[in-house]
Design a protein around this ligand. Sequence first.
Ligand SMILES: [Zn+2]
Ligand SMILES: [Zn+2]
Length: 377
Amino acid sequence: MLRDYRRAFYTLLLIFLFLFSNFWGREIRVRIFSPMKLTRIWVQFVGSGTIFASNGIKLSVKRGKICLFSVKNGEIHFELGRRSFSPKRVVLFSKSGFFITNYLIKKRFYSGKLILFSKDGILIPVIGKDVEDFIPSIIFSEAGGNLPPEFLKAFSVVIRSYIFSNLKRHIKEGYNFCSSTHCFFYRGDLKGNVKIKGSLDKVRGLVLKKGKKLISPFFSSCCGGIKFVHLDGKLYFRGFRKIPFCRNSRNFKYRRVIKKKLFYRDLRKVFGGSLCGVEYKIIDGRPFILLFYPSLIKKIPVEKFRRKCFPLFKGKIFLSNFFKIKEGVDDVFVEGRGWGSNCGFCISGAIKMALMGYDFSSILKYYFPQCDISLNK
Ligand SMILES: [Zn+2]
Ligand SMILES: [Zn+2]
């Protein structure tokens, strides 16, 4: 009985501390290596550091030390010196950061605190630190390096607005954001991102607002010259851009050819064995996929269709929300425009605008005409 109370108390305290730290310190937590289902990771302390385990243990770790953390029966198992430990949760600190790998991907550098816990037998590594310290790394992961300063400024405002308006996205899972297409890419911190940071100082704290309300902006790699908007969670087609700045980018248009047999074999796994045809259609301003069966036609929003298809073609066939499906004798052709949601901020287009001399506020005005840029309070 007493134990139950104690557990409830600690759970409440943890939730409180989590919310409190978000509120005051502007600290956010991002799950790293997602969507990978990890059961173990190797962490190398770049400098010296400390491990705090949930059972009250504090351990000092020497510079360069590599520790293996694995999940066993819902606990995080690790060894240090000749002792082994199995707490529910560990928090790792190291001022100089960590190299982390699971040996399936190259090791990545992360700074901030590293929190490890498990859920359903899977290891969940989370990085916690101030929002502003995440932004340069997210920009780099999403758009690459060597980018014009006005683009960096514009994109940082978009990312900050997105972060602050979506803090609860994964709150039930014990973090704020994941690091896959679902939230944003975050593939580690760069030791050499000082250049990015410098350009961002002037726009620190700025967000996009409509009236006094913070907006949750969308962004994609390339809009393909298509204007889609989200209203109440639904996607609407708003025509073609008159000046698509992304016109010369690699993903402005795409074309995929896939054997008809394979195409339908895969789609039938998800949409049912009797599926005999698919068509992309804009109905009442909204993009849908029509699924044809021998005696009925179903329609589903294109975003839902893409989500369901994602595991099928490794996300490599339906790259955006705007495409056509054509059928030949043996092949199916998917011809589309853009890469991503075709919504909001277009990374390729914004880079081009910055190179042409537009400043960050003109770039943001172009993609978010109804918004103002102001400090997040
Ligand atoms: Zn997510
Ligand atoms: Zn574009």
